[in-house]
Structures are given as C-alpha cells and as structure tokens.
Write a protein that binds this ligand. Structure first.
Ligand code: NAP
Ligand code: GDD
Length: 363
C-alpha cells in the first residue's frame, strides 16, 4: 500500500485529493494546524476512515515538518499548504513568504535529511499567478514569469527551489502550474464562491447586495475535483517535470456573475463603468451588485488564460472532457442555494422554538 502525505489537507484541494487517493487505495496522511476553533468541515467525512490519518505540522516550523516526514516516510508528498489568498498576501507578506516560499524548502530538506531523496516523489502546488503581469496570452510552460503580488513572488521561490532540488540532487519533485480551480468547497472570500454564496442569499432574501472589485478581470476557471487528478498523474510519470493545468478557456468576473445569478433565478444587467458599474436585477430594477474599491488590489493580475497542450499530450488529461465553465457555476450555485435554504430552515426552527418557549408550549 502506497503512503501519501498531504500538507494542507483541510483546504479545498487537499480534501478532494485525500478522497481521490483513498479511492486509489493509498494510506493517506494529512497535516493540520492547531487553532482555537477546530475547522475541519471539508474532511469531517473522512475522519475515522482506517487509512486516513492526521498529524499536527506547520510549514513555518521545520521541526514539525521533519517529525511528520520521518514518522510517515511517505512515497509521495503533495505540498498543498499555503497562505493561498492573493489579496491577503499584501497585508501579510512576511508570513506568506515564510509559508509559501521557505515552507517548500523545509519540505524538500526534510525529505533529503530523512534519507528519502531517492524514493519519495514530491508535488508542489504552483500557480498561474507566476505569470502575473502576463507577457504572453495564453500562457504555457515556456511563458516567462512576471509575479505581481507577494503571494506570487513567494510561489516563484517555491517553483525554482523544486527545480533546483530536482537538478542538484536528482529528486523526483515537480510543480503543477495550476490555473484557478473552484468548487462548492472553495473558501468564501475567493471571488467565485463570494459570488455564488451572495447570489443564493440575495435570491432567498438573506442579503441585499454584493460588493466586488475588478469585474473585468479574466480567469481560466476549472473544477477543483478534476484538477486533483492531475496532481496524482504528475507524480506517476517516468520522469519528473512541470505542467500547466488549465481549461484553455477564459471568462470575466462579470460573466461569472451573470451566470451565477441566472442559476439562482435572477437575470442581471450590468450598466455603467469602472467604480460606477452596477448589476441590476432586470425583473425588479433593484441594484444587487456594486463595485467597491475596497476589493481592488495594489497590483492585480487581469489576464490569465492557460494552454494545457502538454498536460493533454503527456498526462492524457483532457479538459474538454471535464466539468465545463457553465457546469462549474451551476454546481456551485446549487450547493449554495441548498446551504442557504438549510440555514433559513434552521433560523425558522429557532424562531418557532423561542415562540413556543414564550407561550409555555414547551419548557
Ligand atoms: P486553501 O483552501 O486555502 O487551503 C490551504 C491549506 O493550507 C489549508 O489546509 C490550510 O490550513 C493550509 N495552511 C495554510 N498555512 C499553513 C501553514 N503555515 N502550515 C500548514 N498548513 C497551512 O487552498 P486551495 O485552494 O486548496 O489551494 C491548495 C494549494 O494550491 C495552495 O498552495 C494554493 O496556493 C495552490 N493553488 C491554488 C489554486 C486554486 O485556484 N485553488 C491555483 C493554483 C495554486 P488551515 O485550514 O489550517 O488554514
Ligand atoms: N477575492 C476577490 N474578491 N477577488 C475579486 C473581487 C472580490 O470581491 N472582485 C474582483 N475580484 C478579482 C480579483 O481582483 C482577481 O483579479 C480575480 O477576481 C480572482 O480573484 P480570487 O478569486 O481571489 O483568486 P486569485 O486569482 O487572486 O487567486 C486564486 O487563484 C490563483 C491561481 O491563479 C487563489 O486560489 C490562488 O491561491 C491561486 O494561486
């Protein structure tokens, strides 16, 4: 039985990857961090599985990394842990650098010092943010990097140190240059999930308005569950290499909004420009989307579009046979419509209970 170690197992990708590896018969070990509130919603259904194990480790703490690597002695490591929010990296640049850059080095060194350099394969979660202020459209493995945020600069170090260890020590370590991938498990402050949750809340009368930043930003959005397959495929190749993983399609934040609100039953029309642009509910004339400069970034990456030709050819991974953009938006909105409906039902039960207590119907 192969042993895999996933750092960042509580995240969106970590949870999907853990499911995939368990299905493939792996013994799966994941790292978690101590926090005052235990938030393990995405992996709660896996806890108790005989081949799913959790260990405390922090990418900022080399001793904890050494400890977990020496204890698990994994065949494969998937380094997904990161401070993954680009906007937050402007507020916490040093923390982001420590975890997203030096953290990668800590993993590589732990593998080497534990004597696993010749046996353990390592996947590094790299990112299309490396292309940043893009120098070519669409972007492939040969496109020059131009990182455009503290997050991207830190991830660039991660990319190069992986390449360095591959060349210097002959280690099997690879970077997946993944373009944006989303899901019903996406963190609520990333733009897609912020939109689908707001569309569901507005449609069900639980929110008045959605405030967004740059509506014209362009992304190549795929489905996270499809993308974790590539992480695994990358580590199964005869030789280690780096791959762009993308759908090859590009859409704007505005377009995502239009589709998401439509799925939630609201037909939107955008009017105005820049900070004055608004999304209006065509049926009622009500403004439901507004622009707020609070969500503008000091430098913003606005034109990401991936070319997955190499992944198609070498990994046999074909994005045209995977979840489409519209299917992705729909599944996210459907999940949030259900989530909001459950929350509303819960509130109603609470109200009923309070009323019954007041009237003395229940004690
Ligand atoms: P995510 O949902 O934000 O998950 C990040 C994970 O990293 C969480 O499990 C988090 O743990 C953990 N983590 C954060 N800081 C840590 C630290 N100091 N030590 C140990 N663990 C730490 O991110 P994701 O969307 O799944 O992305 C996974 C990886 O792919 C990240 O490295 C991200 O940068 C990269 N990536 C993502 C995308 C995308 O579109 N999703 C695209 C390209 C690359 P807590 O739960 O304790 O916070
Ligand atoms: N988060 C957010 N919130 N973004 C907004 C908003 C808003 O209210 N309004 C507009 N945007 C724009 C951002 O300016 C950006 O251009 C785009 O929407 C996407 O933002 P995010 O969803 O936050 O994702 P990201 O592209 O910055 O980063 C994600 O993808 C990277 C891969 O390209 C993260 O998952 C990174 O970890 C990942 O590396």
């Amino acid at each position: 039985m192969k042993r895999a170690l996933i750092t960042g197992v509580t995240g969106q990708d970590g949870s999907f990857l853990a499911e995939l590896l368990l299905e493939k018969g792996y013994d799966v070990h994941g790292t978690i961090r101590r926090s005052s509130v235990d938030f393990r919603e995405r992996i709660a259904h896996l806890e108790g599985h005989p081949h799913f194990h959790l260990h405390y480790a922090d990418l900022g703490d080399s001793m904890s990394i050494m400890q977990v690597v020496s204890k698990v002695r994994p065949d494969e490591i998937y380094n997904l842990a990161a401070q993954s929010h680009v906007q937050v990296s402007f507020d916490s640049p040093e923390f982001t650098a420590d975890v997203d850059a030096t953290g990668v080095l800590r993993i590589l060194e732990a593998v080497r010092l534990c004597g696993l350099a010749g046996s353990c394969r390592i996947y590094q979660a790299s990112t299309s943010e490396l292309y940043g202020k893009v120098e070519e459209v669409p972007q492939n493995e040969r496109t020059p990097f131009h990182p455009y945020s503290p997050y991207a600069v830190a991830k660039l170090y991660g990319f190069w140190i992986v390449k360095e260890y591959r060349e210097a020590y002959g280690m099997y370590c690879c970077s997946g240059i993944l373009f944006n991938h989303e899901s019903e498990r996406r963190g609520e402050t990333f733009v897609t999930r912020k939109i689908t949750l707001a569309a569901a809340r507005i449609a069900q009368g639980k929110q008045e308005k959605l405030y967004l930043g740059n509506l014209s930003s362009l992304r190549d959005w795929g489905y996270a569950k499809d993308y974790v397959e590539c992480m695994w495929l990358i580590l199964q190749q005869p030789e280690p290499d780096d791959y762009v993983i993308a759908t090859g399609e590009q859409h704007s934040v505005r377009e995502f909004c239009l589709l998401a609100f439509r799925r939630a039953g609201i037909e939107l029309e955008f009017v105005g420009e820049g900070e004055n642009e608004k999304g209006i509910d065509k049926a009622t004339g009500r403004v439901v989307v507004e622009v707020s400069p609070d969500f503008y970034r000091p430098t913003d990456v606005v034109n990401l579009w991936g070319d997955p030709t190499k992944a198609k050819k070498e990994l046999g991974w074909d994005p045209t046979k995977k979840t489409s953009f519209e299917e992705l938006v729909n599944l996210m909105v459907d999940a949030d419509m259900a989530k909001v409906a459950v929350e509303r039902a819960g509130e109603q039960v609470k109200l009923n209970l309070e009323e019954y207590l007041e009237k003395g119907i229940v004690k």
